[in-house]
Design a protein around this ligand. Sequence first.
Ligand SMILES: Nc1nc2c(ncn2[C@@H]2O[C@H](COP(=O)(O)OP(=O)(O)OP(=O)(O)O)[C@@H](O)[C@H]2O)c(=O)[nH]1
Ligand SMILES: [Mg+2]
Length: 248
Amino acid sequence: MGTPTCTIILPTYKEAGNIGNMAERLRELYPEFYILIMDDNSDDGSKELIEEMNDSMITFVERDPADRGLSASILQGILDTKTDFFINMDSDFQHPPEAVADAYAALKNGADLCIGIREERTALSFVRWVASWGAHALAMTTLWLRDKKGSKDIMSGFFGGRTELYQNVIREYSDEMDHRGFKALFDLLKFGPSDVRIDEVMFKFGKREAGESKINKNVMISILGQCEPFGKPLAKIAKKFTVDRKRT
Ligand SMILES: Nc1nc2c(ncn2[C@@H]2O[C@H](COP(=O)(O)OP(=O)(O)OP(=O)(O)O)[C@@H](O)[C@H]2O)c(=O)[nH]1
Ligand SMILES: [Mg+2]
């Protein structure tokens, strides 16, 4: 085996029901890729499951509890990547492991960024579907105002990129990025160069296999805060009217 050229980043929070199967499946399909699990101190046996695999291609990172956040985990995962390319995906099987091959092919073929486009969003409830399209429209406007390239699915959590390019973007704009939110890709598009080559690959968006969703109203509001020109004040107002009891 030559030197690995790709790292699959798996952000996780309380995914003990999925993470073992996910890591095994990815190892079967992509024996030459590193796997970087960015875990926010799940304390549900995830760490032990991965330790039992005793696999040198898998790194389990226990993140700083003071820095909890999905985007924070993804951004740190990109900064920790030591291969030419990274591919980020959810750990609950909503992003099919088989789709990694298409994203990797696009990156090898010269794309700076490859975005997984959710083909069928039937896994989303009607409210989530409407919110998702509303957020997409606001995000497209933001990117257009900044003269940046958009995508059919800015809110996708399945994307890969050229590591060096996006490490530089994160280092330069980290303070302006939304580390607590769910939409790291939006920030990479927003703060990345205007002339990047973006490829898109379609994939069938599934239902989570086990465990519970971590998304909540605060996450939706944080997306609003990432949008311009009025996102930040609108997000502040929305927060005042919302009390979310689900986030743990
Ligand atoms: N490290 C880290 N990972 C997280 C956090 N919140 C969610 N995740 C992971 O991010 C991925 C997406 O989270 P989900 O809760 O599935 O969110 P979602 O897919 O938008 O929502 P559903 O469609 O309801 O599943 C999963 O792999 C989660 O384990 C967090 O605070 N920290
Ligand atoms: Mg999910």
